[in-house]
Design a protein around this ligand. Structure first.
Ligand SMILES: [Zn+2]
Length: 493
């Protein structure tokens, strides 16, 4: 498999994920004889009534030696297939940031639970959807592995001596990590190879502030020294919003949310904000608090907020009456059930309800949607990326009064049950809460980093790639710009 990747001795880059748009991110770098994989995520799609997970191309590179696996951040599309990769690669060291490691462990467990439920359901129905991507023992092996190295940000691996951490064969290398501004614990990677060639991998990146994550342009000189002064830099960057200038500042996005909440409160409705648990729930909850509302957070959004904001901060917000969590006592789920009932019956006043998942494929948002969607007074807000073919996309685009089938979790049966629901409420998509840089920030970063070669990925399409590269071409001494498309080999200098 992928013979072409390993033939010859040239330094190369190849992108093995992102077959169509976002999902299953994976980058392969072969530099000075080392194979480095950056990220190994999943894509989520539907197979009839089942949710299935896709993974990067290359059949897990079985039989190939991978020297190093680096996970840039704790979003499922960047690490969701990691336990399976590690099953086939006991030789690899795995690097992630310390702040991303707990959310990654938690989300892998959650994702395995969902895959196992789908697998069991398929067997009950007598159809074949393929086994879950990895097993409980794969996950346990990964979580207990000595090969996982957690790094602080910013830091240089082994204090500029990776040999001390990665072992023999890494003499002359320097590998550094710094915040990328995308999410808590999300990182950029700086690599100097033994030939003194520099590589700058931004990962998912953001230069504007996002409520509780500070934006980042480039690493500070006090950390990276003259890294960006060397000629011949190879820079690899995402360009999710490469075609889009910023049309709404983060403050304006909060203002827009505030106006919508007020509108719905005045007309006596309820608001459900269906958010992804990582990064989005904390962000939206803090935005609501800033606007003077007391949000009600349900499902795994609670766990992620505790990871991201810290137990103390969350407890303080709850104690001071600024935030409500659905009761977290797992032994007494009836307490949370009673809260939810009271909230629905308007006995608690107006509280924006925040619940994952943002796709409406599973999680508590689906149960809330079942109750809120039929009433025109209510509103559902999607504050994140709306995946093509997701239930949320269908709900967003469907004609009012039509019916959608939701997989509503039944506490009695302890499994999701397909339930028809009328969609009559207002449905909005706010994309001003993006955690990806807009065109302006992306171009400014290229200007400051002064690469000789720029590889762009995560670009939604040709139009957006062309718009971004046209802006880059206007820079003084512009780099060669290459679109790193799925399974295309890029020869590096
Ligand atoms: Zn991300």
């Amino acid at each position: 498999m992928l013979e072409w990747l390993f033939s010859g001795f040239k330094n190369i880059y190849a992108q093995l994920g992102e077959v169509s748009g976002i999902g299953a991110t994976c980058h392969l770098l072969r530099i000075c004889g080392k194979t480095i994989l950056i990220d190994f995520g999943v894509s989520i799609s539907r197979n009839g009534e089942f949710q299935v997970q896709g993974y990067p191309a290359g059949d897990f590179l079985i039989g190939r030696h991978i020297d190093l696996i680096i996970i840039t951040h704790a979003h499922l599309d960047h690490f969701g297939a990691l336990p399976r990769l590690v099953r086939h690669h006991p030789e690899s060291k795995i690097i992630m940031s310390r702040l991303a490691s707990d959310p990654i462990a938690y989300a892998l467990g959650d994702s395995l639970k969902i895959m196992s439920e789908e697998w069991n359901k398929s067997r009950r129905l007598g159809v074949e959807i393929g086994e879950p991507l990895f097993t409980y023992s794969d996950l346990a092996d990964l979580l207990q592995s000595d090969s996982v190295i957690c790094v602080d940000l910013p830091s240089w691996l082994g204090n500029k001596n990776p040999e001390s951490v990665l072992g023999d064969g890494w003499a002359g290398w320097q590998i550094g990590f710094d915040d990328s501004g995308h999410d808590i614990g999300a990182m950029m990677i700086l690599i100097t190879d033994p030939n003194k060639q520099n590589y700058f991998f931004t990962g998912d990146v953001c230069s504007h502030d996002q409520i509780f994550v500070q934006g980042v342009m480039l690493p500070d000189r006090s950390f990276c020294g003259d890294f960006f002064d060397h000629p011949g830099l190879v820079m690899i960057t995402e360009a999710t919003n490469g075609g889009k200038p910023m049309v709404q500042t983060p403050d304006q996005a909060i203002g827009q949310l505030g106006r919508k909440l007020e509108e719905v409160e005045v007309r006596g409705g309820s608001v459900l904000i269906a958010a992804f648990s990582k990064n989005r729930c904390s962000k939206i909850a803090l935005a609501c608090i800033e606007l003077g509302y007391v949000p009600f957070v349900d499902g795994s959004g609670r766990t992620m907020m505790r990871f991201e904001l810290g137990e103390d901060r969350v407890d303080l917000l709850i104690k001071s009456g600024k935030l409500i969590f659905a009761d977290e006592d797992r032994k007494h789920p009836e307490i949370a059930q009673e809260q939810r009932r009271a909230l629905l019956n308007d006995e608690l006043g107006f509280h924006p309800i925040i619940a994952p998942s943002g796709t409406f494929e599973g999680g508590y948002s689906v149960n809330w949607a079942k109750d809120l969607l039929p009433n025109p007074k209510n509103a559902v807000i999607f504050p994140g990326y709306v995946f093509p073919a997701s239930v949320s996309k269908q709900v967003l685009e469907m004609e009012k009064g039509r019916t959608i089938s939701l997989n509503v979790f039944s506490p009695k049966l302890r499994k999701p049950v397909p339930t028809p629901v009328n969609v009559r409420c207002e449905v909005c998509h706010f994309d001003g809460f993006t955690s990806h840089d807009y065109q302006d920030g992306l171009v400014e970063r290229v200007r400051l980093a002064k690469p000789a070669m720029l590889i762009v990925h995560h670009c939604p399409g040709e139009e957006s790639f062309n718009a971004f590269s046209a802006k880059v071409a206007e820079l003084p001494n512009p780099p060669t710009v290459i679109w790193g498309q799925h399974q295309t080999v890029v020869e590096l200098r």
